[in-house]
Design a binder for this molecule. Structure first.
Ligand SMILES: [Fe+2]
Length: 341
């Protein structure tokens, strides 16, 4: 924040902006960036704790004012009533007309994770598999147009190789239609996704643990959504998605986990995280399934226990930014095309 103010006040940056007006997009993204967990970057150091705690309290106060976010993230959980949930209780199919039922959204609100089976037509699933094959086989024409990244050891466990392709998803209309319904319901308006085609290949068992990859961690301290599509079966030994059921609820206990966290450890290495682990569910799933999950709750990829490969297409929503968070008033007035949750 302070470095942003410093940069905005620097006349050299004004000249750069006049010479290259497209840079306004960079400025826009920096101003309205939806905060993550990089509190260590807050300068000056002396204000770091106070500013961190202010952000956690104030931005969640604003988030709660959005009626839909309030429903999914801030509504009460009842610890005493909590009873374990079976995977089949959070697994759904689309209704006629490809509509997501209210009972599915209610389960998402309660548990922070739901699964839809048989989500795409054979045609669209094949198109996604074809993209994965091109990434994996090093298809030259494809690689000229698409930048496939190979993650380094500071980004994931050193015992897996990870290829990543960021991609628009216009070529996959069914998954876009599904994403539209989800975002409209959760945020109050349609937010376009950014696709991440990910191939994880295990090279050593057991895997070294890397926080943020193969352990339980949170992505943010604010409402956060991800979708994860799996074209093939993912069973127990093949690094299924794992989630601490109900850990997405933003209440005082949740906020205090971040506020009373002087070492900035926001994953299961922190003893205080254990209070959120009432039930940890491994989402072993069938081919052509998608997971909807609220990733401000504790989640992660289970380590591989058999050397193999996992393919997943993640949908993330960086376009849901501070501006959207603060526009709760107009979002609350909008009539949703789907019935109320
Ligand atoms: Fe994550």
């Amino acid at each position: 924040m302070f470095s942003l103010v410093k940069d905005i006040l620097n006349p050299i940056n004004w000249i750069k902006l006049i010479l290259n007006p497209k840079k306004i997009k960079v400025l826009y993204d920096r101003i309205f960036y939806y905060p993550g967990l990089n509190f260590k970057n807050i300068k000056p150091f002396i204000l770091r704790e106070k500013y961190k705690n202010f952000l956690i309290s104030f931005l969640n106060y604003i988030g709660k004012k959005n009626h839909r976010l309030n429903y999914f993230f801030y509504s009460d959980e009842n610890d005493k009533k909590y009873k374990k949930v079976e995977l089949k209780e959070i697994t759904f199919s689309l209704e006629k007309n490809k509509i997501i039922s209210n009972s599915a959204f209610e389960a998402l609100k309660n548990y922070g994770i739901i699964i839809f089976e048989n989500i795409l037509s054979d045609n669209e699933r094949e198109k996604i598999i074809e993209t994965f094959n091109k990434i994996n086989n090093g298809d030259k024409d494809f690689l000229k147009k698409n930048k496939v990244l190979e993650l380094n050891k500071h980004e994931k466990s050193e015992d897996v190789l990870v290829k990543l392709l960021y991609s628009e998803l216009d070529y996959y209309p069914e998954i876009i239609n599904f994403s539209k319904q989800v975002t409209e319901k959760i945020f109050g308006k349609v937010i376009d996704p950014v696709g991440q085609f990910l191939i994880h290949r295990s090279i050593k068992i057991p895997e070294t643990i890397f926080p943020g990859d193969n352990n339980l961690h949170v992505d943010r301290f604010l409402p956060n959504l991800k979708l994860a599509y799996f074209p093939f079966d993912v069973e127990n030994d093949y690094a299924p998605f794992t989630y601490a059921v109900g850990s997405h609820k933003i209440n005082n206990r949740y906020k205090n986990f971040f506020i009373n966290n002087e070492n900035y450890i926001f994953d299961e290495r922190n003893e205080n995280s254990k209070t959120f682990f009432k039930q940890i569910i491994k989402a072993n799933i069938k081919k052509n399934s998608i997971i909807i999950t609220l990733t401000n709750g504790f989640h992660g990829r289970a380590p591989f226990t058999i050397k193999s490969e996992r393919r997943s297409l993640f949908l993330t929503y960086p376009k849901f930014n501070l501006l959207t968070l603060f526009s709760f008033w107009s979002l609350n007035k909008k009539k949703n095309i789907y019935s109320e949750a």
